[in-house]
Design a protein around this ligand. Structure first.
Ligand code: 5RP
Ligand code: FE2
Length: 221
């Protein structure tokens, strides 16, 4: 599939989300950060708003659910029109059942790890997943500093994917910018979420292109 850039609308203007998404026409996905004020200390939006967003753009939506009880709430985001749904393993009661349910309803199933959550206990789940998200900040807020301590986990996750021979995408989220994206790509990530880097740029779509070029150069170097 190659390199994919997935801007997060967390730092976009929430009063004009349709227009904000239209500013990133070359993005592969739009990353929507769903926060419930319980799993993380921040509150964003739910399925009704995500559904409205899905109707406003042709770009597929990549939902990142930072919520408690994804087992009972994740499917609503498939029904809202998301092509990919990520749940946190720290919150899921039955991650295999949940991943299978998401896939059976036509979405890509993805599982996220917070910075302190290791990949090794979940190695055998990789064939059940279309994507693994390795968080590179503590979830909850945009604009945080990239945590270099997560890079070895990205490398280990890529090695485990190679070992299992799976096509699982490896996404990184948090503090991804022109300064940090090469490190992530070299470590083995192929899907890059960038929020503040994209929406603080004068031309968000040009920033998507710049991020893509840096990541592609890092893997072909
Ligand atoms: O999941 C997230 C925070 O929990 C966001 O996707 C992420 O932080 C994007 O914003 P930035 O690129 O500014 O870090
Ligand atoms: Fe996110």
């Amino acid at each position: 599939m190659g390199i994919q850039i997935t801007p997060s609308i967390l730092n976009a203007d929430f009063a004009n989300l349709g227009e904000e998404v239209a500013r990133i026409g070359s993005a592969d996905w739009v990353h929507v950060d769903v926060m419930d004020n319980h799993f993380v200390p921040n509150l964003t939006f739910g399925p009704t708003m995500v559904e409205a967003l899905a109707r406003s753009t042709q770009t597929p939506l990549d939902a990142h659910l930072m919520i408690e009880d994804p087992d009972h709430n994740a499917l609503a985001y498939v029904e809202a029109g998301c092509g990919s749904v990520t749940f946190h393993v720290e919150a899921a009661q039955a991650p295999v059942r949940l991943a299978r349910e998401l896939r059976s309803h036509g979405a890509r199933a993805s599982m996220a790890l917070k910075p302190a959550t290791p990949i090794e206990p979940y190695e055998d789940l990789l064939p059940e997943l279309d994507m693994l998200l390795v968080m590179t900040v503590e979830p909850g807020f945009g604009g945080q500093k990239f945590l270099d301590l997560c890079l070895p986990k990205i490398r280990r996750a890529r090695a485990l994917m190679d070992k299992h021979g799976v096509e699982t995408w490896l996404q990184v989220d948090g503090g991804v910018s022109l300064e940090t994206i090469e490190r992530c790509a070299e470590a083995g990530a192929d899907v890059f979420v960038a929020g503040s880097a994209v929406y603080s740029a004068d031309d968000p779509d040009a920033m998507v292109a710049e991020l893509r070029a840096k990541a592609e150069a890092a893997v072909t170097a």
